[in-house]
Design a binder for this molecule. Structure first.
Ligand SMILES: Cc1ncc(COP(=O)(O)O)c(C=O)c1O
Ligand SMILES: Nc1c(O)cccc1C(=O)C[C@H](N)C(=O)O
Length: 412
């Protein structure tokens, strides 16, 4: 049954996460459905960066590594992320980009299965994960079979020849969510290791890495964690693997004693071995403060709101699907869905540009996908209704046919 304006306003009034919206700077009148690509600015971040720049960098200079805990930031930020993804604080470190962390963890995992020669992934995985695996394979003289399969064929592709099953939990295009527990169990039954990319999971819903027995994981800091453009990413290594996970990017920050300046590399015993060089202090500081928004947030409550938002959007879109040919790409089953909803439409690019011009930001993914991300920390139910109303206006008045929306020059 379709929800009325009054009903959604009631939902907003009773929303336990409603007050969290104040923690973000959301441009007036803008409906932002792209937090799955770049999260909005948490209000506390500019003041933190101002302090880091003026006081810590500007005045205290080199002393700040100790005085202001710069050196500890990667572990401190990692521990904050750990709570959101079902890990122990000492199993996560913030570092580098997601792509680089895929490189590090994939190599480490392959070395733990030296006799195996197959890497399994989803052919629709975010390309960087597949590209990095190709680079890793080239580095290792092409000795691996890269078994890229469609989702329906994934389970059959996991056999006793597999070294690593490398997947993104939530498909960046369709929003399909893998059953992490089931796939990880199956992976282990065949003696292989799991590597999960949590780019579209961390901060979007509760993740239970340890409960699912996951071996390695990586993820982004700038999407649902709101760390800002190019924010540091994170890497998870289960405690049981830490001592044996060889850090092939063996930089000085991952050394057991970086300031002993010894010529021989000895990896740190803990998760620090997954770090490489000097941390990006500005980026780490922004992410550190951004993560405070999650303080006291019950991730189960967050998930409940995420599902209600996406359910509401899907429901409101039904008449547009029949009238204008949008095709839902996201699973309706709650357990198979992340926090985004995607539709296919042959004119998807122009429609998205026209919608953005109307003040609703989503994004387009080739070849024909309109993608809408729902961040429960700052979105209102009433905005979902309004977004669909504006999309209906774009379609009914054929606004997308304007020539300026047809030119394919934008990348996001
Ligand atoms: C699943 C996934 N992995 C990785 C990335 C990006 O990695 P990086 O931050 O290294 O660009 C993205 C998005 O850009 C993504 O959606
Ligand atoms: N990381 C991005 C960037 O540097 C530029 C533009 C977009 C992005 C993204 O995050 C894309 C995103 N991972 C996606 O799911 O499509």
């Amino acid at each position: 049954m379709s929800q009325s304006q009054a009903e959604v306003e009631l939902l907003d009034r009773n929303d336990p996460l409603g007050p969290k919206r104040e923690a973000f700077r959301i441009p007036e009148g803008l409906i932002y459905l792209d937090g799955n690509s770049l999260g909005v600015l948490p209000r506390a971040v500019p003041a933190r960066l101002e302090r880091v720049i003026q006081q810590e960098w500007g005045t205290d200079l080199i002393r700040s590594w100790n005085l202001h805990g710069w050196m500890e930031l990667p572990l401190k930020v990692g521990a904050k992320i750990a709570r959101l993804i079902g890990a122990q604080p000492d199993e996560v470190v913030a570092a580098d980009s997601t792509s680089i962390n895929v490189f590090k963890t994939l190599l480490a995992a392959l070395r733990l299965r030296p006799e195996r020669r197959v890497i399994v992934s989803d052919i629709d995985n975010f390309p960087t994960d597949l590209y990095i695996a190709q680079g890793v394979n080239a580095l290792l003289n092409g000795k691996y079979e890269l078994r890229w399969v469609h989702k329906e064929g994934l389970e059959a592709a996991i056999d006793d020849s597999v070294a690593v099953v490398m997947l993104t939990e939530v498909d960046y295009r369709s929003g399909y969510r893998y059953d992490m527990r089931r796939i990880t169990e199956l992976t282990h039954q065949h003696g292989a290791l799991s590597l999960w990319d949590l780019a579209h999971s961390a901060g979007a819903f509760p993740v239970d890495l340890n409960d699912c027995g996951v071996d390695f994981a990586v993820g982004c800091g700038y999407k649902y964690l709101n760390g800002g453009p190019g924010a540091p990413a994170f890497v998870f290594v289960a405690r049981r693997h830490q001592a044996a996970a060889f850090p092939f990017l063996s930089g000085w920050m991952g050394h057991q004693a970086p300031f002993a300046f010894l010529p021989e590399y000895v990896a740190a015993e803990d998760i620090r071995r997954l770090t490489v060089g000097t941390p990006s202090v500005l980026g780490m500081s922004a992410l550190d403060t951004a993560l405070e928004v999650f303080d006291q947030v019950d991730m189960a409550v967050l998930r409940e709101k995420s599902l209600r938002l996406t359910d509401l959007f899907i429901e409101q879109m039904e008449p547009l699907c029949s009238a204008y040919g949008f095709q839902l790409m996201t699973p309706r089953a709650h357990e198979r869905r992340g926090s985004q909803v995607a539709y296919a439409h042959p004119e998807g690019y122009a429609i998205m540009q026209a919608l953005i011009a109307s003040g609703v930001i989503g994004d387009f993914r080739a070849p024909n996908i309109l993608r809408f991300g729902f961040t429960p920390l700052y979105l209102r139910y009433a905005e979902v209704l309004e977004a669909v109303r504006r999309l209906e206006d774009v379609m009914r008045n054929q606004k997308w046919q304007e020539p300026r929306f047809q030119v394919r020059e934008k990348v996001t």
